[in-house]
Design a protein around this ligand. Structure first.
Ligand SMILES: Cc1cc2nc3c(=O)[nH]c(=O)nc-3n(C[C@H](O)[C@H](O)[C@H](O)COP(=O)(O)OP(=O)(O)OC[C@H]3O[C@@H](n4cnc5c(N)ncnc54)[C@H](O)[C@@H]3O)c2cc1C
Ligand code: FES
Length: 347
């Protein structure tokens, strides 16, 4: 059945965009180049709030944690969880930094294969029906059959490289099995080669800046491995970045969680320009952790290794929100300019 399409008007501006009734306001806006602020895209962070002035809408996930009861009472909604039931007028402050570099598209994708990275982290390969133009470090939404709401997963394969504008039909995700998690259980236990999912992307602002002439620090925690591996792959593949050094810090809970080095060592020139450091937070003091491991947390290790030299680096990080907040505080304390810092927190 064809979808009804409604016009969404931004109050106080001449901007408007069409939104199908099976799309969300945030994603439809980005598909039309409107710089709608957001971060997680899955109802958790609250960065996509807007106020409904006129019209009727429905909510994909009415209990989404990104919206408080106070917000609901004030007629606010989450762009990533709101669908129009007719034309709407909304109040929203757009911000140019959210204007998409490549507009998100919806496509079906076929599951091809998976391989284990650690005891609970695996890489899943999909082939999309429509090519998707994404940048290294971005993520996509994966809608699995029978699972309420899409899940955000970052691509681990290399994105578009300047001068090679070839959209990809391959998307690889590195997913951690979350105890009790519905989406990860589906991927690990039910997906057979040939199975179809829906993919919507790309999203996210933590993409590789090829034109910046600074050495790079990537910090990954847990399943934050994927976008940082993609950033590293992009850096080593970009003709513009051949003189750039890349430091890769991986925060793991225990020895069995440490990963990523083999993927980086496969990059040509890694030995000359790359540096990998694993940091382990949860092993007992009796564990014999010596070089090449550090004990502790990623944000402390980064501060001890680089100190104020971080001010001269382009910094990317991804992983659990707790790690992200600690690292962000460290970078602010060390007076790192925030326009050199790009991150996704995994809610
Ligand atoms: C930007 C971003 C990138 C991410 N990248 C990765 C990655 O590369 N690898 C990785 O392993 N994980 C990644 N995550 C985390 C991932 O999206 C999942 O949150 C995590 O895998 C747990 O999902 P689950 O289905 O197993 O757990 P569940 O507990 O079943 O689901 C948790 C997630 O589903 C959403 N959700 C729950 N119920 C509903 C509902 N009724 N309707 C709509 N949404 C609902 C929540 O917002 C939450 O994101 C990323 C998250 C974000 C925000
Ligand atoms: S982007 Fe909508 S709640 Fe995070």
């Amino acid at each position: 059945m064809p979808q009804a399409v409604h016009l969404i008007q931004l109050a106080g501006s001449d901007q408007s965009f069409p939104c199908a009734d099976n799309d969300t306001l945030l994603r439809a806006a980005l598909r039309h180049g409107i710089a709608f602020p957001y971060e997680c895209n899955v109802g958790s962070c609250g960065n996509c709030k807007f106020e409904l002035l006129e019209g009727v809408m429905s909510f994909c996930w009415p209990e989404a944690p990104g919206l408080s009861d106070k917000d609901r009472a004030k007629n606010r909604g989450l762009g990533c969880q709101s669908k129009p039931s007719g034309p709407l007028q909304i109040k929203l402050r757009t911000s140019e930094k959210y204007a998409p570099q490549h507009r998100p598209v919806r496509t079906t994708a076929t599951f091809v294969s998976k391989h284990a990275i650690t005891h609970d982290l695996s890489e899943f390969k999909f082939e999309t029906t429509t090519p998707v133009a994404f940048l290294s470090g971005q993520y996509a939404l994966v809608q699995m059959p029978g699972i309420a709401g899409p899940r955000a997963y970052s691509m681990s394969n290399v994105g578009l490289i300047n001068g090679h504008p070839q959209a990809s039909q391959v998307m690889e995700f590195q997913v951690r099995r979350v105890p009790g998690g519905h989406g990860s259980a589906h991927l690990f236990d039910q997906l057979a080669p040939g199975a179809q999912v829906e993919i919507d992307g790309p999203y996210g602002m933590a993409y590789l800046r090829e034109d910046v002439e600074r050495d790079i620090l990537c910090v990954a925690g847990g399943s934050g491995l994927a976008p940082m591996v993609s950033i590293a792959r992009g850096t080593f593949n970009s003709p513009k970045m051949q003189s750039r050094k890349l430091h890769f810090y991986y925060g793991a809970r225990s020895l069995q969680d440490v990963c990523g080095l083999d993927m980086l060592q496969a990059l040509s020139d890694w030995d000359a320009r790359g540096h990998y450091q694993a940091i382990i937070s949860g092993e007992p003091d009796t564990a014999n952790l010596t070089n090449p491991y550090l004990r502790g947390f990623a944000h402390d290790a980064v501060a001890q290794s680089f100190g104020e030299r971080l001010q001269q680096m382009e910094i990317y990080f991804a992983g659990p929100a707790l790690m992200g907040q600690s690292l962000l505080k460290t970078l602010i304390d060390l007076k790192v300019p925030m326009d050199q810092v790009h991150f996704d927190q995994f809610y």
